[in-house]
Design a protein around this ligand. Structure first.
Ligand SMILES: *Cc1c(COP(=O)(O)O)cnc(C)c1O
Length: 350
């Protein structure tokens, strides 16, 4: 259409994992298989009564609750509509000298680079998919990566990141900690020390709230103020009233959170062993998913055959990882069904 901008015409949007609107075994987008904390439902229902009013644009109660959890000040907490929105603001305003990120990481980084005209460079992960920060030392601009990383499931130590942040005081380092609670090491304790560190997190993976859309950033007050400036120039109300109370209620139930994490981590170890017994190579996961490959059967074949049985896992059509599958950890029963199906597929193919 002639009123479409060249930028719109050229956009290559992010491709989310499939969200089928019918019952499947859904192991493709790293959600929790468990429901939100029991108190979330009542909190959201109560919030419905005040939907005639705009939400608090400063999200004071939610930021206060998060600040307590992380032992920082509320001025060191930003909240947004999913960490995707938080990341979008980072790309809009915090990448003056461009951005570097791994070749295999969260698919939104290249999309946002294009969307906001940021010059970007991909740094290949090692042959074993490990992230080596020494590879970023000679580059310039903001550094962003997920730790633990997706889709590889691998993490690096906080001290390695801290050393890099300390050695690059003129560059911002953004650590996307979407999966940190499943076994990674958080950088949040380092934000007091480093003005050039921003930690981004989400309620989608370990807090059972993917549908609520809630993400956050932790960093020194100047960075948080910059993110708020962007948010208040776009949509001051991006965190709606029901989502804010859902987040507060989830944070209040630490026992439920811990018990979900424990079940998922336990199931992860079991599924990893079962897949290894079938001949799979399974990367050492610090997340709520496994990144796996079979020496004899291609990733696409397994993905498609599972899908025919209503079992959805994630397959990426990218040269380096086309024989890998990313499998979210579900309930014991879901994993049993998935494993039975994979066992049969392997048997049929070799
Ligand atoms: C899932 C995911 C996100 C997005 O989370 P939302 O808060 O649901 O937008 C961000 N980063 C990584 C690495 C993820 O895997």
């Amino acid at each position: 259409m002639k009123y479409f901008t060249p930028k719109l015409e050229a956009l290559a949007p992010y491709v989310p994992g499939e969200q089928p609107q019918f019952e499947v075994i859904k192991l493709n987008t790293n959600e929790s298989p468990y429901p939100p904390a029991p108190t979330v439902e009542a909190a959201v229902a109560n919030a419905a009564a005040v939907l005639a009013r705009y939400p608090d644009p400063d999200c004071q109660n939610l930021r206060q609750t998060l600040a307590q959890r992380f032992d920082v000040m509320p001025t060191e907490i930003f909240v947004g509509n999913g960490s995707d929105e938080v990341l979008a603001f980072c790309f809009q305003g915090l990448m003056n000298a461009g951005v570097v990120y791994p070749d295999l990481t969260y698919g939104f980084y290249p999309v946002f680079s294009q969307m906001y005209d940021i010059s970007s460079k991909e740094i290949p992960l090692g042959a074993d998919f490990t992230l080596n920060l020494a590879d970023y030392q000679e580059e310039t601009g903001t550094v962003i990566f997920a730790n633990p990383n997706a889709p590889t499931s691998l993490g690096i130590a906080a001290i390695e990141i801290a050393n890099f942040v300390a050695a690059n005081p003129e560059r911002l380092v953004i650590v996307d900690e979407a999966y940190v609670e499943f076994g990674g090491e958080s950088m949040v304790p380092y934000i007091k020390e480093f003005a050039n560190l921003l930690v981004v997190g989400t309620f989608s993976k370990s807090w059972q709230l993917a549908g609520a859309r809630l993400g956050y950033a932790v960093g020194q007050a100047a960075l948080i103020a910059a993110l708020n400036k962007l948010k208040f120039s776009f949509n001051p109300y991006s965190v709606n009233t029901m989502t804010a109370v859902a987040g507060i209620a989830a944070l209040a139930d630490e026992n439920y959170h811990a018990s979900c994490l424990e079940q998922i981590i336990g199931q992860r170890q079991k599924t990893a062993q079962d897949l290894k017994a079938l001949g799979f190579t399974v990367l050492d996961s610090q997340t709520n998913f496994l990144f796996v490959t079979h020496p004899a059967v291609g990733g696409k074949v397994i993905y498609e055959k599972l899908k025919m049985q209503q079992i959805f896992v994630r397959w990426f059509n990218l040269p380096r990882i086309k024989d890998y599958l990313r499998i979210t950890i579900g309930t014991p029963q879901q994993m049993q069904q998935c494993l039975a199906a994979i066992t049969q597929i392997i048997k049929d193919e070799i």
